[in-house]
Design a binder for this molecule. Sequence first.
Ligand SMILES: Nc1ncnc2c1ncn2[C@@H]1O[C@H](COP(=O)(O)OP(=O)(O)OP(=O)(O)O)[C@@H](O)[C@H]1O
Length: 576
Amino acid sequence: MRDRRNALLLAAALAGLAYALFFASPYGLRVLTVAGVYALAAFGFQILFGLGGALSMAQGAFFGLGAYVTGILGSRYGLDASVTFPLSLLAPLLVALPVGLAVLRLESHYFALATLGVAQVLHLLAVNLPDLTGGANGLPGVPAFALFGWVAPRGLPMAALVWGVAAVGGLIGWRLARGRLGRSLELVRDDPLAAGCLGLDVGRLRLTAFALSAVYAGAAGALAVHTQRVVSPEVLEFPVMVTILTIAVVGGRGRMVGAVLGALLLIHLPEWFRGLERSYLIVYGAALLLAILVAPNGLTGLLERLFPPPPRALPDAVEPPAGPRATGEILRVEDLSKSFGGVRALDGVSLSVQAGAIVGLIGPNGSGKTTLINVLSGLERPDDGAVWIGGRDRTGAPPDQIARAGLARSFQAATLPNHASVLEAVAAARLPFDRSVAEAEAHARWALDRLGAGDLALRPCHGLPAALRRRVELARALARRPSVLLLDEPAAGLTDAEKADLAAHLRRLAWEGMALLVVEHDMDFLLPLVGWVLCLDRGRTLYAGPPDGARRDAAVIAAYLGGPAVRDDSDDEDGA
Ligand SMILES: Nc1ncnc2c1ncn2[C@@H]1O[C@H](COP(=O)(O)OP(=O)(O)OP(=O)(O)O)[C@@H](O)[C@H]1O
C-alpha cells in the first residue's frame, strides 16, 4: 500500500460494499444508487471545472438530455440499453461540440451564463414538446436497465450496475486527470496566456474537456432514469446542476475520489437529516458550510492534510530532443505596427536576430517593448508588418503555433502555477511535445539540472524567491529547446551575483545557437551581454546598433539613458 490515505480509502470502499451487500434496506440501496449516478456526473465536471476551471452550468442540462434520450427511447419505443445508453452519451456530445465552439472563448462569468442558457433552452423544449417528452408531467413507465436480455431491477443489481459504470468512468477520469490532458487543463485554468505561449492549444483543450463532461453527464442521466423509472423536466432544473457543483467543491476540485466522497456525502446528508422535518434545510445548510470551512480544499484536501502523501521520487534526467540546429536569421520583424485605440504602441519597427545572437530591447516605460514581445509571441495581432520565425511567415499566428514553431518567452511577472512543484511547472512546458507526463518530467529534470536548479525540483512554486522563480521560468523555456527565446525583464529583482549567474547562462544558450531577445531596464546587466541593441521610443525605433553606440547616442541618452546613469569607460572620451 503506497500510503495510509490509500489504505483508508480502500477500507472505506470495502465498508461500503459490506453495507450494500448485508445491511442496506431497499431504500438505502436506492439512495446509494443515486449517489453513484451523481458521482458519474461529477467526474465529468471535475475534468471541465475542477481541472480546466470552466464553470459550466450546462452539466445539469447534459444530465437531463441523457435522461430524456433514454426515457423517450425506452418508454415510447421499448429499446434496450444497447441503443439507449450509447445515444444518451452521443446526444449531449453533439450538443456540447457546437455550443462549446461558440461559448468557450467567453470570460468565466459570461461562459457560466451562456451555459446556463443551454439548460434553459432544453428545459423549455422538454416542457413545450409534450408529444415527444410528455410535457410538464414527463414520461412514466421507463423500463429497467436491460442489455441483451439481462435486466437490472432496482435494488442490489441496479446499485451494482451504477457503481460498476461509475468505477469504469472514475478510472478513466483519474487516468485522464493524471495524464497530459489533466496537467494541460490545470495550466489552462491557472494561466491561459502562459499555457498558449507554452504551445498548448487552449481552445482545443477546453473543447475536449467540455465534450468529455457532456458524455459523463449523459451517462449519469441515462442511469438516473433507469433508477427513477420516470423522466420529467425536473432532471433539467437548477437543483441538479447545483448538486453536481456542490459535490465537486465539497469533494475536492479536480479529484475523481473527491467526486465519489462528495456524492456519497451530499446525497446521503438529506436522508440523515430527514427526521428533523422543518429545521432540516437549516441543518443541511449548516453542515455544508461547516464542510467547506473545515475542508476548504474539499474532503480530498482534508485527507491529504491529515495523511500527507509520501515524498515522490525524482525522475532521472533525460535530454529532450533538440530541433534542427538553427543557423542564420532566426527571427525577422518587418515594419511592424500596432495601435491600441489612439495609442500607437509600435510604429514601423524592424529587427533581425541571428542564431547565437543576443539582442537587447530597451526604451522608456510605455515605449512598446512588451507590445513587441506580445506580437512576436502571438498574444497580440499586429495591424501591419510581418513576423518571420525560422524562415516562415508567422504573422498573426496564435501563441501555441508560434511556440511550436520554436519561440519561447518569459513574462515580466513570472507566471508559475503556485499549487505545483517546480518539476511539474517545468514539465508543463513539455506537455505539447512529449507522449507522457513521465517523459515530460524527465525532460524537465534535465532543464533544471542544466541551470543548476535540480535541487529545487520537488519544492512548491509557491513562496519561491524572485531569483529562483526566474530560474524556473528560464528552465521552462529551455526545456522546450526553442530556437528563439524572448525574455521580458529577466534581471528584475536579482542581486548582482544572481545577475552575473543569469548572464552566464544566457551566454551559454547563445553560444549553443539559440537566438535571444532580452527586454531589460538594467543597462549594467544588459549592455555587456548583448551584441545589438534596439531602442524604442513611443513605438518607433530610436536606435538600432551595437551597445557602445547606444551609450553614446544623443537621442537614446535624452529619451532613456539620461546621461551619466550608465557606467561606461568611453563616457570620458565622448563627454556623453
Ligand atoms: N492592451 C493594451 N490596451 C491599451 N493600451 C495598451 C495595451 N498594451 C499596451 N498599451 C499601451 O501601449 C504603449 C506601449 O506599452 P508597452 O507595455 O508595450 O510598453 P513597455 O515599453 O513595455 O513599457 P514598460 O517598460 O513599462 O513595460 C503604452 O502607451 C501602453 O499604455
